[in-house]
Design a protein around this ligand. Structure first.
Ligand code: PGA
Ligand code: ZN
Length: 402
């Protein structure tokens, strides 16, 4: 085991052009690791707290760094992460910031892998990992909090569940993205891209469904394997004063459940994330009963803002039969150890973990390794754009070298 000798922190840019925290960890014997915090826009109200990068860095330098340097072994991930929690002293990382915490947590893991001369996924997951690869969920059309004047539903996702390899799946998602671009241009609809690189046209959700279904069918025919259709409704962002707001139109919680259940039937959806408000455990359970049940593989009803990668909230969900899938975002909870705990609790209870990027990202590739390290069946990390392809290309490399 090698001690951490130095932790450096700095501000770097994220993909939205905002400052975020980058950490570098050095160890005895020359180990080195670098990690950078992503940042959400449609954040869950129960997430660990991101604080302004400059403040997060100053507080982490004062409170956490002296407890790590010369004190903790880089390979002892729980030791690193417990030290971060102890140094912070709050339950939601509001003192040093979940952004400083997650950057240091990831950098320490990479430094430990470097000392071992092992890929990160192997250090995190053990010698027998690297045989199973996640299906990438690709955001192709999007709006919500990620683009102004676009769809109400936040993400229309391609899910190449039949792809024979990660590389085939990654290229299929990019093809669907390209095909949607062509259909939009045939229809004379101009479109910029949202924060995650998805097309953000000024169309209603009904037209987005139509275009997405057409693009998926055409690319599936071309590649010869099944590409499913998924959604991140991000419904907490639509919910206000007891109603779901789609522009001028509104839906009651019951109507929202009916609407989503109808969409599942009509488009044979394989994946629906946050179909209801982030505090509506009972509504989630009623919807899940309608469309499949807790043991069903399809559709996955996934909690993102509902669970915020938090084992207490996941336990509540398991108890209530609220979902059969959980989104895992390390920065929502603050450390890799906490993210691992959420993944393991999910797997023990038949929940499918989906490892995820944030809308604000960097070139950091930790989530690709986290997915392989845990045999997670899915990863959600966009389709195009450098900060998205960083993860996708890393998966292709891991698969090629495994
Ligand atoms: P966020 O969005 O990173 O802006 O929270 C991603 C998601 O809701 O899955
Ligand atoms: Zn989400």
């Amino acid at each position: 085991m090698t001690l951490i000798t130095e932790v450096r922190l700095r501000r770097i840019l994220d993909s939205r052009g905002n400052p975020t925290v980058e950490a570098e960890v050095r160890t005895e014997n020359g180990g080195f690791g670098r990690g950078a915090a992503p940042s959400g826009a449609s954040t869950g109200e129960h997430e660990a707290v991101e604080i302004p990068a400059e403040e997060a860095i100053a507080n982490a330098r004062e409170l956490a760094v002296p407890r790590l340097e010369g004190q903790v072994y880089a390979g002892d991930q729980r030791g690193v992460d417990n030290t971060l929690r102890g140094a912070d002293g709050t339950s939601d990382f509001s003192e040093i910031g979940a952004n400083s915490a997650v950057a240091i947590s990831m950098a320490a893991a990479k430094a430990a892998a470097d000392v071992l001369g092992a890929p990160l996924y192997q250090h995190l997951g053990g010698a027998f990992r690297g045989r199973e690869f996640p299906v990438p969920l690709g955001n192709v059309i999007g709006g919500g909090e990620h683009a102004a004047d676009a769809t109400h539903i936040q993400e229309f996702l391609a899910a190449p569940v039949g792809a024979p390899s990660v590389a085939d799946a990654v290229f299929a998602n990019a093809e669907v993205h390209g095909e949607v671009g062509e259909i939009l241009s045939e229809r004379g609809i101009s479109a910029a891209k949202g924060d995650e690189g998805a097309w953000a046209p000024s169309i209603d959700d009904a037209e987005a469904f139509e275009i997405m279904a057409e693009a998926i069918e055409s690319v599936a025919d071309q590649v010869g394997f099944e590409i499913g259709f998924g959604l991140d409704v991000a419904a907490a962002e639509l919910y206000e004063d007891g109603l779901y707001h789609y522009g001028e139109a509104t839906k009651t919680p019951e109507e929202q459940r009916e609407y989503v259940a109808d969409l599942v039937g009509k488009y044979d959806l394989v994946y629906v994330e946050d179909p209801l408000d982030e505090n509506d455990f009972e509504g989630f359970a009623a919807l899940l009963d309608r469309v499949g049940g807790p043991d069903a593989d399809r559709p996955l009803i996934c909690g993102d803002d509902l669970f915020v990668t938090n084992t207490d909230r996941l336990e509540r969900g398991i108890e209530a039969g609220a979902a059969n899938s959980i989104l895992i975002k390390p920065n929502q909870i603050g450390t890799l150890s906490d993210a691992f705990d959420a993944i393991e609790l999910a797997l023990r209870n038949g929940y499918t973990p989906v490892i995820s990027h944030r809308s604000g990202e960097t070139e950091d590739t930790t989530i690709a390794h986290l997915a392989v390290a845990t045999d997670a069946p899915f990863i959600k990390t966009g389709t195009v754009g450098g900060e998205r392809t960083a993860k996708l290309n890393e998966l292709i490399r891991i698969e090629a070298n495994a």
